[in-house]
Ligand binder design. Structure first.
Ligand code: PRP
Length: 178
Protein backbone atom coordinates (compact mmCIF):
# COMPACT_ATOMS: atom_id res chain seq x y z
CA UNK A 1 0.00 0.00 0.00
CA UNK A 2 1.20 3.56 -0.76
CA UNK A 3 2.67 5.30 2.30
CA UNK A 4 0.16 8.21 2.10
CA UNK A 5 -2.85 5.90 2.25
CA UNK A 6 -4.59 5.31 5.59
CA UNK A 7 -6.79 2.45 4.44
CA UNK A 8 -8.13 0.84 1.30
CA UNK A 9 -11.80 1.55 0.63
CA UNK A 10 -12.18 -0.55 -2.55
CA UNK A 11 -9.71 -3.19 -3.65
CA UNK A 12 -9.11 -3.92 -7.33
CA UNK A 13 -11.46 -6.84 -7.17
CA UNK A 14 -14.17 -4.83 -5.42
CA UNK A 15 -13.81 -2.14 -8.08
CA UNK A 16 -14.33 -4.76 -10.79
CA UNK A 17 -17.55 -5.75 -9.02
CA UNK A 18 -18.78 -2.13 -8.95
CA UNK A 19 -17.96 -1.68 -12.64
CA UNK A 20 -19.77 -4.89 -13.54
CA UNK A 21 -22.90 -3.92 -11.63
CA UNK A 22 -23.05 -0.46 -13.25
CA UNK A 23 -22.43 -1.96 -16.71
CA UNK A 24 -25.15 -4.55 -16.24
CA UNK A 25 -27.73 -1.90 -15.41
CA UNK A 26 -26.69 0.26 -18.38
CA UNK A 27 -26.82 -2.70 -20.77
CA UNK A 28 -30.27 -3.65 -19.50
CA UNK A 29 -31.63 -0.10 -19.88
CA UNK A 30 -30.29 0.82 -23.32
CA UNK A 31 -30.40 -2.53 -25.12
CA UNK A 32 -29.16 -1.91 -28.68
CA UNK A 33 -29.56 1.86 -28.62
CA UNK A 34 -26.37 3.73 -29.46
CA UNK A 35 -24.96 6.05 -26.84
CA UNK A 36 -22.42 8.84 -26.72
CA UNK A 37 -20.26 8.24 -23.66
CA UNK A 38 -19.05 11.59 -22.39
CA UNK A 39 -15.98 10.87 -20.30
CA UNK A 40 -15.36 13.68 -17.82
CA UNK A 41 -11.60 14.15 -17.61
CA UNK A 42 -9.44 13.43 -15.85
CA UNK A 43 -10.76 11.53 -12.85
CA UNK A 44 -13.07 9.17 -14.74
CA UNK A 45 -10.36 8.04 -17.17
CA UNK A 46 -9.79 4.65 -15.57
CA UNK A 47 -13.38 3.94 -14.53
CA UNK A 48 -14.66 4.82 -18.00
CA UNK A 49 -12.02 2.67 -19.70
CA UNK A 50 -13.17 -0.30 -17.61
CA UNK A 51 -16.88 0.50 -17.90
CA UNK A 52 -16.98 1.16 -21.64
CA UNK A 53 -15.46 -2.19 -22.50
CA UNK A 54 -18.29 -3.90 -20.61
CA UNK A 55 -21.00 -2.15 -22.63
CA UNK A 56 -22.75 -4.06 -25.41
CA UNK A 57 -24.34 -1.32 -27.53
CA UNK A 58 -22.56 0.94 -30.06
CA UNK A 59 -20.65 3.49 -28.02
CA UNK A 60 -19.21 6.72 -29.37
CA UNK A 61 -16.60 7.99 -26.96
CA UNK A 62 -16.07 11.67 -26.37
CA UNK A 63 -14.28 13.76 -23.74
CA UNK A 64 -15.09 16.78 -21.69
CA UNK A 65 -13.19 18.53 -18.95
CA UNK A 66 -14.59 20.79 -16.29
CA UNK A 67 -12.65 22.43 -13.53
CA UNK A 68 -13.73 22.88 -9.95
CA UNK A 69 -11.04 21.93 -7.49
CA UNK A 70 -7.68 23.51 -8.31
CA UNK A 71 -5.00 21.94 -6.15
CA UNK A 72 -6.94 21.65 -2.88
CA UNK A 73 -9.48 19.19 -1.53
CA UNK A 74 -12.48 21.53 -1.51
CA UNK A 75 -14.60 22.42 -4.51
CA UNK A 76 -14.26 26.08 -5.49
CA UNK A 77 -17.96 26.38 -6.31
CA UNK A 78 -17.38 27.72 -9.80
CA UNK A 79 -17.33 25.25 -12.66
CA UNK A 80 -15.90 25.96 -16.10
CA UNK A 81 -15.89 23.81 -19.22
CA UNK A 82 -12.19 23.56 -20.06
CA UNK A 83 -12.48 21.06 -22.88
CA UNK A 84 -15.59 20.38 -24.92
CA UNK A 85 -16.81 17.26 -26.76
CA UNK A 86 -16.56 16.96 -30.53
CA UNK A 87 -19.89 15.20 -31.15
CA UNK A 88 -23.16 16.94 -31.90
CA UNK A 89 -25.47 15.44 -29.26
CA UNK A 90 -28.75 16.58 -30.83
CA UNK A 91 -31.18 13.67 -30.79
CA UNK A 92 -28.58 11.35 -29.25
CA UNK A 93 -28.48 9.39 -25.99
CA UNK A 94 -25.76 10.84 -23.81
CA UNK A 95 -24.23 8.93 -20.93
CA UNK A 96 -21.96 11.11 -18.81
CA UNK A 97 -19.30 9.09 -17.02
CA UNK A 98 -17.82 10.47 -13.79
CA UNK A 99 -15.60 9.13 -11.05
CA UNK A 100 -17.19 10.93 -8.11
CA UNK A 101 -20.04 13.26 -7.21
CA UNK A 102 -19.09 15.57 -4.41
CA UNK A 103 -21.05 18.87 -4.32
CA UNK A 104 -22.87 17.84 -7.52
CA UNK A 105 -21.99 21.12 -9.22
CA UNK A 106 -19.96 19.62 -12.05
CA UNK A 107 -22.58 17.10 -13.10
CA UNK A 108 -25.43 19.50 -12.66
CA UNK A 109 -23.74 21.87 -15.12
CA UNK A 110 -22.76 19.15 -17.59
CA UNK A 111 -26.17 17.46 -17.56
CA UNK A 112 -27.96 20.76 -18.15
CA UNK A 113 -25.50 21.62 -20.90
CA UNK A 114 -26.20 18.35 -22.76
CA UNK A 115 -29.95 18.91 -22.42
CA UNK A 116 -29.60 22.47 -23.71
CA UNK A 117 -27.80 21.11 -26.76
CA UNK A 118 -30.80 18.93 -27.57
CA UNK A 119 -29.71 15.45 -26.49
CA UNK A 120 -32.60 12.95 -26.68
CA UNK A 121 -31.64 11.67 -23.22
CA UNK A 122 -28.94 12.47 -20.69
CA UNK A 123 -28.01 9.99 -17.98
CA UNK A 124 -25.14 9.83 -15.52
CA UNK A 125 -22.95 6.93 -14.47
CA UNK A 126 -20.68 7.64 -11.53
CA UNK A 127 -18.41 5.23 -9.73
CA UNK A 128 -18.78 7.01 -6.37
CA UNK A 129 -21.07 9.51 -4.72
CA UNK A 130 -20.73 11.34 -1.40
CA UNK A 131 -24.35 12.10 -0.43
CA UNK A 132 -23.40 14.06 2.69
CA UNK A 133 -21.50 16.58 0.53
CA UNK A 134 -24.17 17.24 -2.10
CA UNK A 135 -25.05 20.90 -2.43
CA UNK A 136 -26.84 20.69 -5.76
CA UNK A 137 -29.28 17.87 -6.39
CA UNK A 138 -28.58 16.01 -9.61
CA UNK A 139 -30.49 12.96 -10.69
CA UNK A 140 -27.96 10.15 -11.07
CA UNK A 141 -29.11 6.99 -12.80
CA UNK A 142 -26.12 4.73 -12.14
CA UNK A 143 -24.03 4.86 -8.97
CA UNK A 144 -21.33 2.31 -8.19
CA UNK A 145 -21.23 3.05 -4.45
CA UNK A 146 -22.14 5.76 -1.97
CA UNK A 147 -19.29 6.63 0.36
CA UNK A 148 -18.79 8.71 3.52
CA UNK A 149 -17.08 12.09 3.46
CA UNK A 150 -13.47 10.94 3.35
CA UNK A 151 -10.82 12.10 0.90
CA UNK A 152 -10.31 9.20 -1.47
CA UNK A 153 -7.72 8.81 -4.20
CA UNK A 154 -6.63 6.19 -6.71
CA UNK A 155 -8.25 4.51 -9.72
CA UNK A 156 -8.24 7.90 -11.44
CA UNK A 157 -8.94 10.11 -8.43
CA UNK A 158 -6.22 12.55 -7.45
CA UNK A 159 -5.00 15.07 -4.95
CA UNK A 160 -3.14 17.78 -6.89
CA UNK A 161 -2.59 15.29 -9.77
CA UNK A 162 -1.04 12.59 -7.58
CA UNK A 163 -2.29 9.05 -6.85
CA UNK A 164 -4.41 8.60 -10.01
CA UNK A 165 -2.37 5.52 -10.91
CA UNK A 166 -3.09 3.57 -7.72
CA UNK A 167 -5.05 0.47 -8.77
CA UNK A 168 -7.33 0.63 -5.70
CA UNK A 169 -9.30 3.42 -4.03
CA UNK A 170 -7.82 4.46 -0.72
CA UNK A 171 -8.44 7.02 2.00
CA UNK A 172 -5.63 9.58 2.25
CA UNK A 173 -3.93 10.15 5.57
CA UNK A 174 -5.20 13.56 6.77
CA UNK A 175 -1.65 14.84 7.35
CA UNK A 176 -1.02 14.56 3.61
CA UNK A 177 -3.47 17.36 2.77
CA UNK A 178 -3.49 19.27 6.11
C1 PRP B 1 -13.57 16.07 -9.53
C2 PRP B 1 -14.35 14.85 -9.96
C3 PRP B 1 -15.63 15.45 -10.47
C4 PRP B 1 -15.82 16.67 -9.60
C5 PRP B 1 -16.82 16.35 -8.52
O1 PRP B 1 -12.93 16.58 -10.65
O2 PRP B 1 -13.68 14.15 -10.96
O3 PRP B 1 -15.53 15.86 -11.82
O4 PRP B 1 -14.55 16.97 -9.02
O5 PRP B 1 -17.01 17.46 -7.71
P1 PRP B 1 -18.39 18.24 -7.59
O6 PRP B 1 -19.48 17.24 -7.47
O7 PRP B 1 -18.19 19.02 -6.32
O8 PRP B 1 -18.54 19.13 -8.77
P2 PRP B 1 -11.74 17.64 -10.60
O9 PRP B 1 -12.27 19.01 -10.89
O10 PRP B 1 -10.97 17.45 -9.33
O11 PRP B 1 -10.87 17.26 -11.84
P3 PRP B 1 -10.16 15.86 -12.22
O12 PRP B 1 -11.28 14.90 -12.59
O13 PRP B 1 -9.31 16.21 -13.38
O14 PRP B 1 -9.38 15.38 -11.03
Amino acid sequence: MHKDIKEIMFTESELRGLVDSVAERINADYGDEEIIAVVVLKGSLIFSADLIRKLNMNVRVDFMQASSYGAGTESSGTIKIKKDIENDVRGKNVLIIEDIIDSGRTLSLLKQEMKNRGAASVKIATLLSKPSRHVVKVETEYIGAEIPDEFVVGYGLDLAEKYRNLPYIGVLKPEVYA
